[in-house]
Design a protein around this ligand. Sequence first.
Ligand code: FAD
Ligand code: SIN
Length: 520
Amino acid sequence: MHKKTDFLVIGSGLAGLIFALKVADHGKVCLVTKTKLSESTTSYAQGGIAAVMYPPDSVDKHVKDTMECGRGLGNEKMVRLIIGESRKRIDDLIDMGTQFDTDKDGKFDLGREGGHSEYRVLHHKDNTGKEIIRALEDKVRAHKNIEIYENHFAVEIITQHHQGQVVTKHYPGIKCFGVYVLNPENNTVSAFLAKKTLLATGGAGMVYNTTTNPYIATGDGIAMAHRAKGIIENMEFVQFHPTSLYNPNENPSFLITEAIRGFGAVLKNYKGEEFMHKYDKRESLAPRDIVARAIDQEMKISGEDHVYLDCTHLDHEELIQGFPNIYKKCLSLGIDIRKDKIPVVPAAHYMCGGIKTDEHGQSSIINLYSAGECASTGMHGSNRMASNSLLEALVMANRAAEHALTETYKIKIADNIPEWYSEGTVLNEEMILVTQSLKEVQTIMSNYVGIVRSNLRLKRALNRLNLIFRETENLYIESVLSTKLCELRNIISVAYLIIKHAMKRDNSIGLHYTLDHPEK
Ligand code: FAD
Ligand code: SIN
């Protein structure tokens, strides 16, 4: 069965919802999301969204901090463009109903996080993402032009390949006609055909065995774009958040926001001694790559499984008021953050690379846009600065929508797209074939392709991944399609891209640190 629409949006995080709302006044939108609408990484965002709000902050200062965090590998033109639009887009979010915390004078209560030289992070207590999604979900559900497909899984981007042409990465003018979408409830795959398609599928933290990302973060959009021969870049830059709560039985890991360090919390080793001064003059508020590596090093020296974050010296009332969820979560595990240090450990958190896009969010595939964490705009360089991710998703989804609106009138929906075809007939009754391979990939990536890498580790990782890749492709060919199997395939593709891109880089910079070329 084919479904036709003007705009097809894959993903219901910040990027997907903003794009959908922006284009919906001008045409029909299908919004496809693999679980429920509110389940996205955006919903878990704690610290907030960075924007230039008041002096003494300025676009120049925010640009400088962002470029420094990315160690100069960011694209300054894109960084300036995104930050330059920050204030306008924040106003849009507020107009759509998002509430950010204010101080007693009614001004926004701006926080500060690693790498920021000014207070510029708008937030809603310690659950900013939930508040943003609350406001946007109401608007999206109320819009008559938006059809929502929850629990639907995007499988493949439809290109000339599906019309029988041989599409290699050098094939000129690869075009996106839409996406094949699986409805797992009745096991049917439909072609959703559109004039313009946006991939806003988020990150890929599930490639690692310890991550702050929710289960949806399996890199589906990046893997699909890669299979469709789109350009993917900068995948070696995987950001590990320095402070996830150390609670070995909990997956995904609970995040202890960097904003709490901005508020004065300090990192300590297992003996209770501060250590960040040994690594960077900005100490606990140094950029994330530096802090995560320092913690990794301290854990290696001590042989312990975690370090501590100490908030006990901070004003107790303000602490609980500002970080109520962290207080509650820790207390549920017997940790009273007013009296006890919080055990913390780094966890995979954010994918800086992804689907390469231009300043309008256009990928290298015609009529296919990408925004949010699955895109690579050039904003983050080799290391993303805290709270710049929501900003990038917000601005770029808006820009992609504006650009798409200028072109849809001249595009015809493709009419010669075949039904989904698969030879797979075997109903996979042994989920262990999928779950065990997933664990293996996650362990390989965590042990060999984590915070510190080496040529030897990367080579080993690739060899082992190759075997799992071949087994999974065979399983995919013979099986009836399932979400879990598709996700495993996507995770393997993303792992492959991370390793390959890491192998190509012959220096240590930002989030890519290799023992073969230590940073000077
Ligand atoms: P997401 O919000 O992840 O949404 C992706 C959507 O795509 C989901 O709806 C998902 O279900 C859907 N999807 C994925 N694959 C498919 C498929 N195959 N078919 C259909 N649907 C699919 N950044 C900040 O700037 N500030 C913060 O304070 C902050 N805090 C964070 C805290 C945590 C715990 C984490 C994990 C990240 C945090 N980040 C923060 C990063 C930030 O939240 C994300 O980068 C951002 O929300 C990504 O938004 P997105 O719209 O690109 O994707
Ligand atoms: C945090 O709150 O520490 C996460 C912020 C981010 O990832 O930008």
